[in-house]
Design a binder for this molecule. Structure first.
Ligand SMILES: [Zn+2]
Length: 463
């Protein structure tokens, strides 16, 4: 396969003329395939899906279109709801050399995302109404996608006392997801209190499940590869013990727990058990845990260092099965940009984390769609609808997409499924370069993204 091979659809620039006059805010997506179904012509106007008709019935000269309508040739393209990422690190404020809200959301739009939840481990930490409002405003200013700040659970991520959860929830940023991600809320009583507190505003605690005493000094997955390489191991039980404890707590207080970046087969079993109990437990898996294994660390290339670590092929198989059957609710990127000096160093000193926004849908295509584990309806659920629901997005953004309903928000992404492209780190929109896929060929390419009817990406480029 070659990079950037032309897809069935050809160029996705506007074609034909525009109807006379008007503001240019209406679009016809000509011959697009909603959720991978049969081609139709879809009209986007006033920020919503206004109409759809049999393919080919809407030519450039069609009458009855709003003034200023632009026809987009979308032959062969799959229309999905705009993707929602529950787990993005935007690094602003504090590490603008690694990423900014502007550069991170630019990467998000190019990856087909229309909402990202920005993790709280910035500097200063997003543990007050002031910081979450700052991040939210930076997102508005950038305009590439919606930014929903995640609030810290504990002050300074220190795990000692609860942050101002209520103040963040009632701020302009309307925080609903709280997480100390990067750190585990390891104190069981604090975790209980946090779960109880967020019930008042239907919030959710997103836990980075890592029992800290079991992972002190850990460098990679505990197992045969770690033994061979002589690196200290991060055992699966450190993740599973916290998931089991937190599921019990969530059930006990009848509150919402979300498990970040599930990485082991045992974790999938525990989440299946918690759901069978009827507890409000949801979970995410990252693209890299669906594709990569700890064998790669034989290279000692720190690009493969991540927390939780890459696991075994058996874990990867269990994660794919769990995502397919809905035990794992959604895909979240854990997009974690790092500056060169923090990443291109010796293994032990390198920061954990990988880029993910610009490659997530391609990795899901390779690991889930091509092998037949998920169809496009399933992808829409796992990458847009489920994360929107978990994150408490306003209802209009989360509904209307079980089919392509007229009246649904025109917040969509258009994927060309046919090309394979070689990932080149230097061409990514992120300010950082720590992609584990550099040099690897991945399927699919985002051609366009619309946010409430306004294009943020056209012809694969940021508008
Ligand atoms: Zn984490």
């Amino acid at each position: 396969m070659t990079a950037g091979a032309g897809g069935a659809g050809g160029p996705v620039g506007p074609v034909g003329g525009t109807a006379a006059g008007g503001s240019g805010q209406s679009w016809v997506l000509s011959r697009v395939r909603p959720l991978g179904g049969d081609p139709v012509d879809v009209l986007l106007t006033d920020g919503v899906v206004a109409a759809w008709r049999p393919a080919g019935s809407t030519g450039p000269d069609s009458e009855g279109l709003p003034a200023g309508t632009t026809i987009l040739a979308a032959e062969g393209l799959i229309m999905l709801p705009g993707l929602v990422d529950l787990h993005t690190h935007l690094r602003e404020p504090g590490r603008e050399d690694a990423e900014t809200v502007e550069s991170g959301t630019r990467a998000a739009a190019l990856g087909g995302y229309t909402t990202v939840f920005a993790m709280a481990n910035t500097n200063p930490v997003a543990d007050t109404a002031g910081v979450v409002e700052q991040v939210w405003r930076l997102g508005l200013d950038a305009g590439h996608c919606d930014v929903r700040p995640v609030g810290a659970v504990t002050v300074g991520l220190a795990g000692e006392r609860l942050a101002e959860l209520g103040a963040m929830a009632t701020s302009a940023a309307e925080v609903r997801v709280f997480s100390d991600d990067g750190h585990c809320v390891s104190d069981a009583l604090l975790m209980r209190r946090a779960l109880e507190y967020v019930k008042a505003f239907d919030g959710v605690i997103a836990q980075h499940a890592e029992e800290p005493r079991l992972t002190a000094g850990a460098q990679m997955n505990e197992g045969v590869v770690a033994a061979r390489l002589g690196l200290p191991g991060w055992p699966a039980v450190a993740e599973e013990a916290i998931i089991a404890r937190d599921a019990l707590l969530a059930g006990h207080v009848d509150s919402r727990l979300h498990v970040c970046h599930v990485s082991t087969a045992g974790s999938v079993e525990l989440i299946r058990w918690a759901k069978a109990k009827g507890w409000q437990v949801t979970a995410e898996v990252t693209p890299h845990h669906l594709l990569l294994t700890d064998d790669l660390i034989s290279s000692y290339d720190p690009v493969y260092k991540v927390n939780p670590p890459l696991r075994t092929a058996a874990d990867v198989a269990a994660l794919r099965a769990g995502l397919a059957d809905g035990t794992i609710d959604c895909v979240a990127t854990d997009h974690a940009p790092h500056a060169l000096e923090d990443k291109e160093t010796e293994w032990a000193a390198a920061r954990p984390g990988m880029l993910g926004l610009e490659t997530a849908l391609s990795v899901v295509m390779e690991t889930m769609v091509i092998p037949g584990h998920l169809d496009w309806v399933g992808v829409a659920d796992r990458m847009a609808l489920a994360p929107a629901r978990i994150g408490g997005l306003p209802r209009p953004a989360a509904e209307g997409w079980s089919s392509i309903a007229v009246g649904a928000p025109a917040t969509v992404t258009l994927l060309d499924p046919s090309p394979w492209r070689v990932v080149e780190a230097d061409t990514l929109a992120s300010r950082s370069r720590n992609t584990p896929y550099a040099g690897r060929s991945l399927p699919g390419a985002i051609r366009a993204t619309f946010l409430r009817g306004r294009p943020t990406v056209l012809d694969g480029k940021v508008v």
